[in-house]
Structures are given as C-alpha cells and as structure tokens.
Design a protein around this ligand. Sequence first.
Ligand code: MG
Length: 337
Amino acid sequence: LRPFVIARGTTNEFANLVVRVDLEGEAGYGEAAPSGKLTGESLREAATEILKWQQKPATAARALEDAEHVAGGHLRPAARSALVVAYLDALGHRRGRSLRALLNLPEGRIESSITLSLGPTAAVLAEAAARDAEGWRVFKVKLGGAYDEEVLRALRDQYPDRRIRVDANEAWTPDVAAQRLTLLERLEVELVEQPLPRDLLDETAELARRFDIPVIVDEALYDSGDALSLIERDVADGANIKLAKCGGPWEARRIVKVLRDHGWRVMMGCNLESGLGIAAAAAFAGALDYADLDAHVLLADQPFVGFSTPGGVVEAPEGPGVGVRPNPTLLLEPLQR
Ligand SMILES: [Mg+2]
C-alpha cells in the first residue's frame, strides 16, 4: 500500500477479512472492510460475528433466502456485507449471472475519482502527476490539514480543466468550512464531502443552503434510515454510500432509491479494500452520479484478480458473481481462531 493519508490519520497497510461460502461446489467470496471509527467493529469482532453466525450447509436453492436472512440480521455492517456478498457471489457462479444482474441494477460505467492523500503541496502534485500518467482523470483531494488552500490552488493551476473533488472527512469547523467552500467554488471544485463533523447537521444544512457546490454526506450516513432523516432535515445535496457502512448491496440499493426519490445525488465510495470489495461496489456503476472506487489501486499486491479500472473507468462487472477470483499466486492467510 502507498501511505494513505486523510484527516483521521495515516495508513501503510491494512488487513481485511475475506468470507468464503461454499455452495454445492461453488465458492463465493465477500470482503469485510471494518473500520472501527466508521463501522464500529474491529477485524476481530467482525470475524467473531461471522463465525458465530450459525446455519445449515448452504444450498443453491436456499442461497437467496440465506443471504436475505443475513442481510436482515444483527451482524454489524462490514461483517454483514461480506456474508451477503459471499452468498450472492456463489449463487451468481451457480447461475452464471453477475452480482449486478442478481440485484437488478442497470448496466453501466462511470469514471471514478482517484484519491490523493492529504499532504504538502509538492507531495500532492507528485501523486496527481503519477495518477494522471496512469489515466485517472478525476481527482479527489483529502483536505483538513495545514496546506488546504495552497494544495487546491496548485492543483487547479496544474490541471485547469480537471474534475476535482474535495473530502474533508469531518475536519472543518463551520467557520473554516465557509471559507473553504468559498474557495472551492472559485476554483470550480465539483463537490465537497463531509465538510463538518457528522453530528453538526444543522450547520451542514446551512452550508448546503448557502453554497452552490454540492455537499455530500459520508460519515453522517450509514443506512436508508439515515438517508431518510437527513433528507427530511435537508442536510445536504447527496450522499456517499459504502457497502461496509450500510451492511451490503441490498441496503445500498435501498439507499440509492431513497436518494433518487428525493432528488439527492448518489455517490458510491469504499473503505480501504481489495478488488473483491471494489468489484462488489462496482455492480452499482450504472446507478451512480459519482464513483469513488479506487482503493484496489493502492495495493502493492492484489489478493483478488479479474477486476480493473482502466483509465479510471469503473464498469459493472459481467460476472459471474462479483466478477473476481482469488489470486492463485497470493495465499490468503487463514484466520487464527
Ligand atoms: Mg468520504
């Protein structure tokens, strides 16, 4: 992993959990990307919950039912999402259908942003140049540090026509946010994610009213219930959905519908996860206004193969299932019980 820096901290490596479901000879995989600060579960807790989840041997006839049972259950969101995706992946392999088709989502493709780590201007520009050379055309800048203004101005100077998005990860106070959003509008930034701490809903609503730039909530929204109450309070213009936050693709589909029904913009993002988790989220490519599905490219080694984003374009995989398989040259570490 390249060091990944946001307002909450720096990451050099991460460990996620891969769940495997065996369905009459077909294996299905799902990835749990728990993030204590976001999903309220540690890797160990996610593993314990998944292992405790008792059930009869999986059969193709019951796979959908089992997946629904998990989806409606009490596992915390990242663990739940991994299990649901694993069932649907196995079922997709049995039936020769993609996750997208099983979920009845539209076909489609969308340009994803590539996230540039928080850092001093020279470092951000160097990362932008490297990603530009790889074909990425939409930048998402992590702000909330000492260099915010300088970084943004330099990036805009360097890339006058580029779509640039900003994510503050809750770092600003209302006063700082108002200053920053004024600058973001001047620099024609496309959107701003979670400018304020998640519990400052009135203040976030005030920013969304005052400024034209779309305000997208991320940390403030987990599931469709949150979506409804945020919409009711007119808090923002759109929301960033993540499978690990909401508990899996069915709930994600429900959130998409709630947002669409109320004219909110739909973004799909990710935690730090491999091609397995990103490919599952990519099933939604045809249903999105914005995609931020880039974590797999941060990895030095790919534990799953079959999914890529050439030129930064995310396309809903054709399947079967999620559309990826374990990398045979890279062994997954079995969990120590
Ligand atoms: Mg975000």
